[in-house]
Design a protein around this ligand. Structure first.
Ligand code: ADP
Length: 159
């Protein structure tokens, strides 16, 4: 059984994240999408909210689990019995960053393998930071995030 961890900030989860997650769920037996957080660094949304919003967005994917963790991703992966990290690539900027991260993780834990999936063109421009920016400026985020996430964010922070 191959278990993959899909780690990230997911602050908030976007349609681009979901696209990568769905493809990962077709490839691996189980995918754990895990919100990585730092107790000293508050994000835009509290971790529990990020986890809840992900849960609402992936309830149709039977082999996907939602979780959160602090600390090194490789230590979390070991704990979960996973030796694959799933990451998404949009542009060459992502690649430069991800290359370094993947090689670092590999030094920390030799058995870990990072699998990269390329996003579909229609999601290429989407990032959590641009969703936050649109929201803070009272713009419409409907086309960027799952429906339930848009409803929550609009009610709480938006238009
Ligand atoms: P991190 O802070 O670890 O970069 P993110 O939540 O921003 O966390 O992203 C998690 C993963 O999802 C990363 O591999 C990132 O490249 C990928 N990702 C983010 N946005 C998209 C998108 N629109 N399409 C595909 N992959 C994406």
């Amino acid at each position: 059984m191959t278990i993959a961890i899909y780690p990230g900030s997911f602050d908030p989860i976007t349609n681009g994240h979901i696209d990568i997650l769905k493809s990962g769920a077709e490839i691996f037996d189980k995918v754990i999408i895990a919100v990585a957080y730092n107790a000293d660094k508050a994000g835009f949304l509290p971790v529990e909210t990020r986890v809840d919003l992900i849960k609402q967005s992936v309830s149709d994917l039977a082999n996907v689990e939602v979780d959160c963790f602090q600390g090194l991703t490789v230590e979390y992966a070991k704990k979960k019995g996973a030796n694959v990290l799933l990451r998404g690539l949009r542009t060459s900027f992502d690649f430069e960053y991800e290359l370094q991260l993947s090689q670092t993780n590999n030094v920390l834990y030799n058995d870990i393998k990072t699998v990269f999936l390329i996003t579909k063109p229609e999601y290429n421009f989407i990032s959590s930071s641009c969703v936050r920016e649109i929201l803070l400026n009272k713009g419409d985020i409907t086309n960027f995030v799952p429906k339930s996430v848009a409803e929550y964010l609009n009610a709480k922070h938006g238009i």
